[in-house]
Design a protein around this ligand. Structure first.
Ligand code: PLP
Length: 393
C-alpha cells in the first residue's frame, strides 16, 4: 500500500474545545505537559469525512434528520467486510454514545442490586455506570502472567452464577488484549449456561495489530448472538468521537423489543445529522485511510515498546494486540498511585491516565495514548527516560 497520508504532521489542538487539550495549566499546573490520556487521536480525520461535513455545513439548514436504509447498510457492509459478520437485517439501532447505550442497556435489562461482571482492570466508566445505577460490580480480575493478561475462567464461572449481565470489552481497554475465539466461546458458553446477558463493547475493533482479526462475539453462533447486545461506533476508528454517533446491534427480537421500548421512554430516537453523515462517509469511503492510520499506529506501538525495553528497563510494558493505548507497569518505582501520577506530570511532563481508575489491579500502572504523531511520542518517552534516570540516582 502506497503511503499517502501524512500522519506525522502535528495538529494544534489547543483552543479547539478538546477535552484532552483543555485547561492544561489548571489540570497539570504546567502548560508544558503533553496530554496523552483520553482516548481520541491527534490526527485529522479522513479528508472525505471533512469534505462531507463541510458540504453539509454549507447547506446552512440543519433541521430534523431522516435516516434512510443507507446508514444501516453502511454498518451491515462494514461489519461483514471487516469482521465477516452478516448481521440480521433490522437489528441495528442508532445511538449517541457507546457508554450511554451501555447504561441504558443496564437499566433496561437488570434491576437494582443485580450483579454485573466486568474484567478489571477495565475502562473505568463501566464500574461507574454500574454503581450510578445502583447495581453491583462483580470484578473478574484479569491475571497478568508472562506479560499477558489472561482470563480466570473459574472465577468468571463463579461470578456468572450470581450475575445478570457481563460487560465484555473486546478489544480490551486498557490492556490491549484481543480475546481469542476459544476464550470468547468459553465466556459465551458460561453466560448462556447461567443466563447472563453479554453486553459487548467493541469500539476498539478496528485497531488490531500483527494481522490479528477482530471477532464480534455475537458472530460466533446464533445461540451466542441471542444472548448478546453489541455496541460499536466509528468514533475511535475515524477520530470523530465528538460527533457522538454509535450503534447497538441486537439480533434477538425479544431483547430488541425490550431495548427499543426502553429507549422510547426517553424519546431517544433521533441522531445528529453530522454524526450519521460522518459514519456513512467513514464506512463507505475511508477504509484505506483507516488502514494507513492503523499501520502508522503499529509503528508507534513498536517504537514505544522497543524504546522502553532498551532505554527504560525499570519500567515494564504490556504489548497491546489492539487499541492505541499502552498499559505501562511502573510498579518497580514503588510509588503510590497518586505519587506516580504526580511524578509523571511534574518530572516526566506527560499526562497519562492513572492505572488505579481501571480497578485495584491498576495500582502502579498508567495508560499512555499513542494515537499521536511519532515526534510527540518520541518526546514523551525521552521525557520519561530522563525523569526515571533522575529518580534512580
Ligand atoms: C472501551 C470503550 N468504550 C467506550 C468508549 C467511549 O465511547 P463513547 O464515546 O461512544 O461513549 C471508550 C472511549 O475511550 C472506550 O475505550
Amino acid at each position: 500500500m502506497a503511503k499517502k497520508i501524512n500522519f506525522d504532521k502535528v495538529v494544534n489542538r489547543i483552543g479547539s474545545d478538546s477535552m484532552k487539550f483543555a485547561n492544561l495549566q489548571e489540570r497539570y499546573g504546567n502548560e508544558d505537559v503533553i496530554p496523552m490520556w483520553v482516548a481520541d487521536m491527534d490526527f485529522k480525520s479522513c479528508k472525505k469525512i471533512i469534505k462531507a461535513l463541510e458540504n453539509r455545513a454549507k447547506e446552512g439548514v440543519f433541521g430534523y434528520p431522516y435516516n434512510d436504509e443507507s446508514i444501516y447498510n453502511s454498518i451491515y457492509e462494514w461489519q461483514k467486510r471487516r469482521y465477516g459478520w452478516s448481521i440480521k437485517k433490522g437489528s441495528i439501532s442508532l445511538a449517541s454514545g457507546v457508554v450511554n447505550s451501555i447504561a441504558f442497556i443496564v437499566q433496561a435489562f437488570t434491576k437494582e442490586k443485580d450483579s454485573i461482571i466486568i474484567q478489571t482492570p477495565v475502562y473505568h466508566p463501566f464500574a461507574r455506570l454500574i454503581k450510578e445505577n445502583d447495581r453491583k460490580v462483580s470484578a473478574n480480575s484479569l491475571v497478568l502472567k508472562d506479560g499477558k493478561y489472561k482470563i480466570d475462567f473459574k472465577d468468571f464461572e463463579k461470578r456468572a452464577k450470581e450475575a445478570k449481565a457481563f460487560i465484555l470489552c473486546n478489544p480490551h481497554n486498557p490492556t490491549g488484549r484481543v480475546f481469542s475465539k476459544e476464550e470468547l466461546l468459553k465466556l459465551a458458553q458460561i453466560c448462556i449456561d447461567n443466563d447472563v446477558l453479554i453486553i459487548s463493547d467493541e469500539i476498539h475493533s478496528d485497531f488490531l495489530y500483527d494481522g490479528l482479526k477482530h471477532i464480534p462475539i455475537a458472530s460466533l453462533s446464533k445461540h451466542i448472538s441471542k444472548q448478546t447486545i453489541t455496541v460499536n461506533a466509528p468514533s475511535k476508528s475515524f477520530n470523530i468521537a465528538g460527533l457522538m454517533t454509535s450503534y447497538v446491534i441486537i439480533e434477538n427480537k425479544k431483547l430488541e423489543d425490550k431495548y427499543k421500548k426502553y429507549i422510547k421512554k426517553f424519546e431517544l430516537m433521533d441522531n445528529n445529522i453530522f454524526g450519521t453523515l460522518a459514519l456513512k462517509t467513514a464506512y463507505n469511503g475511508c477504509e484505506e485511510w483507516m488502514d494507513e492510520m492503523v499501520a502508522y499506529l503499529q509503528k508507534n506501538r513498536d517504537f514505544a515498546l522497543e524504546f522502553i525495553k532498551d532505554e527504560i528497563p525499570l519500567v515494564d510494558v504490556i504489548k497491546p494486540e489492539a487499541t492505541y493505548l499502552l498499559w505501562i507497569d511502573f510498579r518497580k518505582l514503588g510509588l503510590t498511585p497518586s505519587k506516580l501520577e504526580k511524578f509523571l506530570i511534574t518530572k516526566a511532563k506527560i499526562g497519562l491516565n492513572n492505572g488505579i481508575i481501571y480497578g485495584k489491579e491498576g495500582a502502579g500502572f498508567a495508560r499512555l495514548n499513542f494515537g499521536t504523531q511519532n515526534d510527540v511520542l518520541k518526546t514523551a518517552l525521552k521525557n520519561l527516560k530522563k525523569a526515571i534516570n533522575e529518580f534512580i540516582v
